[in-house]
Design a binder for this molecule. Sequence first.
Ligand code: CAA
Length: 269
Amino acid sequence: MGSGIAHVFARSGFHVLLADIAQPQLDAALTRIRNNLGREAAKGKLAPEAVEQSLARIQTTTDLTTLTAVQFVVEAASERFDLKADLFRTLDSILPPAAILATNTSSISITKLAAQTNRASQVIGMHFFNPVPVMALVEVIRGLQTSQTTCDAVHALALQLNKTPIEVNDSPGFVSNRILMPMINEAAFTVMEGVATPEAIDKVFQLGMAHPMGPLTLADFIGLDVCVDILRVLHSGHGDPKYRPCPLLMKMVDAGWLGRKSGRGFYTY
Ligand code: CAA
């Protein structure tokens, strides 16, 4: 998602410093961004010269200490609290005092992440949806200590990115994944119990409910590991057994069947 987020910021005229722990990931991100900008230009959604202009606004780094002058960060690391908490403490010590620290987390508490920093009023959820250049929504999540000024700034920024911000309060899974993940989980239970094949389940949702992708194609698209991580946050955060991850999903993740990104999930790619 980080590459998609960099794509939309650069396309909207912002200078972007794209950070990762590994240079190959950054190289792969730039290739992906170039291809996706090219696709938009080929469709006439973007002026041809805007491809190179947007790319020229993106610099990459594997060294977080180079972020001393940034005004706004969108963190998009893996969906693990400890990892994000560590990153937030580090970023808090590097960023200018006025900088806003946003997270693209899909489910983790904004309030808890904010408490890792000395700038809790400037910490907020800015949740994008895949594919980021295409999906119109940004779910804006207000933590307990997030200030109105920070909310207003992120709202205005989302509009500048040509997205529609929807503000919600902090709660495990927010609105999007609190409702989406139980559907995906139930679809996995439906496969596990032999009620129907993945193909049949997905067709039911495509043809019966006009979903662009059925729940299992979507699960493969999101990543089954990400789905299980989010379900675990919902399960422990709400303390409600209705969110327990389906054993089939967990077994597939154990096997390394993570969906589209690993070549195999409910489908083979
Ligand atoms: N960058 C730029 N443009 C892209 C793109 C990308 N990465 N991926 C697709 N597109 C564009 C295509 O060029 C195409 O543009 P036109 O409409 O102008 O032709 C358009 O998107 C549709 O793409 P395709 O024709 O290739 O394929 P499609 O019609 O099957 O649509 C899809 C693909 C947009 C992904 C569609 O299937 C869809 O909307 N699926 C559901 C996606 C969804 O639910 N996402 C949310 C996941 S949840 C999440 O992200 C958050 C979380 O916390 C888990």
